[in-house]
Design a protein. Structure first.
Length: 531
């Protein structure tokens, strides 16, 4: 008997509709972390911060690259911000490697990666390697009467390092991209010493054409690494590239040996008031911190296609200038996101800000932009808001974005400074503004429905179980203490930025602006609901 065509078509439609249904995935119901474990030096006992001058570890977020990310790479590489014994005054890019995998207790052991910044190979172990990228001049000094508007004059430290998936063969500017924070603390200062401690901070890009061994140095005031020019900056407000930079410590005047124009270190994201304007408007020095800081980048490779974007979550501080976008309820800082379109290494990268529910605002004031909107605009002075770290008396910082492979969700993790543990607070809202501790919070976004261009789709934040840590009973004399600065999540065997149901969060325990730090890690677990 022949099957009727209508029946065949109906059967095909039914099969197609069944297979076209989106697959359901479990969702993150909660996240928990275990007890702290210090990261050790090569002897397996000494804290890594007491080895090789790494006392500042970690001064920003950490990037952990699994074996095989680079050719012949067999260990996990840690690209971090720290001081070293070869340069103890300035924090900058340092590359460490894992010694094996973590032990049964989840404890990691690290050492310097021998091929990165090995300036003194004849020194004892721990004293051979130094920073690969440093600020334009010494952090403790200012140029004097002629102010230098260079955006990374006094500080340049990595937030995230990633391989550009659109430029795997390095067609110009380098296949490795670093998102870093550049800071100028000499605004309004006409002496050779700082008049105050306020900073103007900018997010920047640096590129490498040899898998991170060499990064740009300024040619105008060149000082061989790991040294930093003690008194002179390059007078480069937005950075430098091409013939105005060197390949690390290799500088040449021969045209064929000059870096291409895509190779450089340059600003991409900052406030609506430019550094030049801030200098003119701050004759006595900055009256408050201003700009974009504490960056962490995620390349959104979850949804293939062009253009491919890297999203940079960061702290935004509008500062004292009327041109900059104020935050809700007069908050001094908030979490914001910028993004850069990856272009295959053809041009220098540019950023746009999330502003007014879209990514169309130019990232820099010099391009007629710089305005930003917070990704959590719904601050509310209520007990419920406080329990979700959305109260104006709390402070949100140190955020990073990852992707959960099992649940198909973007995961945002950030630091929440509070007066009490938010989830334990009942009754009335705390009225004091002094922070007694901090916790990690998380928020998710359904990646089956949205991509990171939808920054208004983050879920209501929830506290990561076991993360609350009260401030030390003897807080830092210069800067806040916390057991949890710059949380950076990773999972064994996963590519950078992608998470399995469990893994590790690396962070800094100690003072935000002083010595006495411990590079630490906690194991995390994603607890999932039924699909």
């Amino acid at each position: 008997m022949k099957t009727k065509p209508a029946i065949v078509m109906a059967s095909l439609w039914l099969c197609a509709s069944v297979f076209a249904q989106p697959q359901k995935h479990p969702k993150i119901a909660s996240i928990s972390v275990e007890a702290e474990s210090q990261v050790n030096a090569p002897d397996g006992v000494t804290p890594i911060n007491q080895y090789g001058g790494l006392s500042g570890l970690a001064d920003e977020h950490s990037t952990i690259l699994p074996p095989g990310t680079f050719p012949f790479q067999t260990d996990y590489l840690f690209m971090v911000a720290s001081h070293t014994s070869l340069q103890s005054n300035e924090a900058g890019l340092v590359v460490l490697r894992s010694i094996g995998l973590p032990d049964s207790n989840g404890q990691w052991t690290l050492d310097y990666s021998p091929g990165y910044g090995r300036y003194q190979p004849s020194n004892p172990p721990g004293g051979q390697n130094g920073q690969l990228l440093l600020p334009a001049m010494a952090k403790a000094n200012c140029p004097g009467s002629v102010q230098d508007p260079t955006f990374d004059l006094n500080y340049a430290a990595p937030g995230t390092v990633f391989l550009d998936p659109t430029n795997p063969w390095d067609l110009g500017g380098g296949s490795l991209v670093m998102v870093y924070e550049g800071t100028n603390t000499c605004i309004g200062t006409t002496t050779t010493t700082h008049m105050d401690s306020h900073f103007y901070s900018t997010l920047a890009i640096a590129t490498s054409a040899d898998f991170g061994h060499t990064w740009p140095t300024y040619k105008a005031n060149f000082t061989p690494l790991p040294g930093a020019n003690p008194s002179q900056g390059p007078m480069a407000e937005l950075g430098a590239w091409g013939k105005d930079v060197c390949w690390g410590n290799f500088c040449s005047t021969i045209n064929l040996l000059q870096p291409p124009p895509q190779f450089g270190r340059y600003a991409v994201s900052g406030p609506a008031t430019s550094i030049a304007s801030a200098i003119l408007d701050s004759p006595g020095g900055l009256q408050g911190d201003v700009g974009d800081s504490e960056p962490a980048a995620f390349v959104d490779d979850v949804h293939p296609g062009a253009p491919l974007y890297a999203y940079i979550v960061h702290v935004y501080e509008p500062g004292p200038f009327p041109a900059d976008t104020p935050l809700p309820l007069g908050e001094p800082s908030g979490l914001a996101v910028s993004r850069i379109g990856l272009d295959g290494g053809l041009e220098r990268l540019q950023a746009t800000h999330w502003y007014g529910e879209k990514f169309e605002e130019p990232g820099l004031a010099n391009a007629g932009g710089g305005h930003e909107s917070p990704i959590f605009p719904n601050l509310h002075p209520s007990l419920e808001g406080y329990q979700h770290c959305l109260a104006p008396t709390q402070r949100r910082s140190g955020a990073s974005i990852s992707y959960s492979e099992v649940t198909h969700e973007y995961v945002l993790i950030f630091v929440c400074l509070s007066q009490t543990d938010p989830v334990d607070q009942t009754g009335s809202l705390p009225t004091n503004v002094k922070f007694t501790g901090g916790a990690w919070f998380y928020s998710t976004m359904n990646a089956d429905l949205f991509n990171l261009s939808n920054q208004d789709q983050w879920s209501t934040p929830g506290e990561i179980q076991g993360s609350w840590a009260p401030h030390d009973t003897n807080p830092c004399a210069n800067g806040e203490y916390l057991d949890g600065w710059y949380p950076s999540a990773m999972s064994l065997g996963a590519k950078p930025g992608h998470l399995n149901p469990d893994g590790y969060i690396f962070y800094m325990k100690g003072c935000i602006a002083a010595a006495g730090r411990t590079f630490s890690t906690r194991q995390f677990t994603l607890h999932m609901s039924e699909p």
